[in-house]
Every structure is written in C-alpha cells, then in structure tokens.
Design a protein around this ligand. Structure first.
Ligand code: 13P
Length: 254
C-alpha cells in the first residue's frame, strides 16, 4: 500500500446498538484512537442512523470519523422510513456506505440504485463507500472477476475520483461466516477492481480499495498486507472496541 492511499478502517455496526452500548463503544474507540500514534490512517464508524448524532458527539475531537450505512437517492420527499444523504450529513456523518450486499439482497438494490445513492452522497457532501462482491454461487461458477467488473461499472457514478469515493470489496460468502478468501485471491480481486477503475476514473491508482468479510484482529495484518488493499470494512468485529482497534493497529504494518 502506498502512502498516497491513506489506510481507512471502517466499522459497519449494521443493525446493532442501543444508546448506552453505542455510547460506550464509540467512546472506547475514540479513546483508543486518541491514545494511539495512528496519524497515517483514518478510522470510521458507521452506526445505525438514529445513533449518528450521539456517536458524532461522543467521538468529537478524537479524529474518529462517523458515517451512515445507506441513504436514499432523493434529498427529501415521500419515502417513508428512508433517510437522505442530507439528513445523514446534518446528523454528523461525513461518509456513507452504499450498495452493501445486505441491502442489495434484502432491499433489491440494483447497480443503478447504488449509483444514484453514491451521487446523492456527493450532492450532500458525503464520501460514499461503494460496495461490491460476488456470491458463493458466482464464485463457484468462476465468475468472481466478471461479477466485480459488472457491479463496479454499473454502480460507479460518472465523475468519480479518488478524493470523492472509496470502493469496498466484500465477498458475500465471507460476510459474517468466519471464512475469508486467501490473501492472493484478495489481491487478485483488488488488482482487477483497480484495472476496471482505470477505465472509470482519471486517478484509479489513488482510489482506496477496502476489503470486507470476516476481518478480525487475528487476520487483519495478513489481509491488510495483500496487494492493493487500502483498508478494511469491518462488521461483527467493529462491535468490540478491542477487536476493532486491533484491526486499525494492524493497518500500520500493511
Ligand atoms: P463481518 O465483518 O461481520 O463479516 O461483516 C463484513 C461486512 O459486511 C462489513 O460491511
């Protein structure tokens, strides 16, 4: 990983957290980051939307960043239960995850919808983290790289640059399963993503590519050291401050 791509360790809390636990977790992460000497990397936490304001207040001054997990393409309107990028920003977020496989599956989000969400993030001044990843069936059919290419091409907004967007590779079969690809498989996927990005952005070599899927303290150093891996998108392990901080620490040697 070159120093021109600043490592990003992002925690996706998913649908977990009530106020008291969230506050304790956010403060523990903030304390750990403050005590560390990690000026060379970014640490981001993405709590459920109702906790963004609370978490943003709790981590203020620590350098820890706060993001949302999804946003609607529109700025406002008759979309019951949804939240806009502008609302996330207003609540204290600076980033937003879009196109997570759980939303692609649970909510039928297509590449075109994901692209519209990334554009909404820009409109609101948020940095989108665009997620792509193959299913087990696609992997077993030998279609991993083709699926990544097609998802990336469909989900990337026109005008993407390294400063405006982050890409996360999350193999669906590795999410929450304890299974991970080998480091050479991760490196091959990321190298392919970067090749595809070269046709979509003027500065593909500078776009940060995160790996996500069963990252924990014990495997983070190895995964983060794989070629073209510039950070991690962490689910389960981001709910434990010690584990999450251990992952952030591992980025140092990556
Ligand atoms: P796990 O780290 O729990 O496998 O989840 C990964 C993920 O989906 C992060 O967005």
């Amino acid at each position: 990983m070159t120093r021109s791509r600043r490592p990003l360790i992002a925690g996706n809390w998913k649908m977990n957290g009530l106020r008291a636990d969230a506050l304790a977790l956010a403060k523990a992460v903030a304390d750990g980051v403050k005590r560390s000497s990690w000026g060379d990397r970014e640490v981001l936490i993405c709590p459920p939307a109702q906790l963004i304001g609370l978490v943003a207040d709790a981590v203020r001054g620590s350098g820890v960043l706060v993001g949302g997990q999804d946003c609607h393409p529109a700025a406002n309107g008759a979309h019951t239960g949804d939240i806009s990028a502008e609302m996330l920003r207003d609540a204290g977020a600076g980033h937003v995850i879009v196109g997570h496989s759980e939303r692609r599956t649970d909510c039928g989000e297509t590449d075109a919808i994901v692209r519209a969400k990334a554009e909404a993030a820009w409109r609101a001044g948020l940095l989108p983290i665009v997620c792509i990843g193959e299913t087990l069936a696609e992997r077993e059919a030998g279609r991993t790289l083709a699926v990544l290419e097609s998802q990336l091409k469909g989900s990337m907004p026109v005008g993407a640059t390294a400063a405006r967007l982050v890409v996360a590779y999350e193999p669906v079969w590795a999410i929450g399963t304890g299974k991970t690809p080998t480091t050479s498989e991760v490196a091959a996927a990321h190298a392919h993503i970067r090749r595809v990005l070269a046709g979509l952005t003027p500065d593909a070599g500078l776009v940060r590519l995160l790996y996500g899927g069963s990252v924990k303290g014990s495997n983070a150093a190895e995964l983060l050291a794989a070629g073209d891996v510039d950070g991690a998108l962490v689910g389960g392990a981001s709910l434990k401050a010690d584990e999450f901080l251990a992952i952030a620490k591992a980025a140092q040697s990556g």
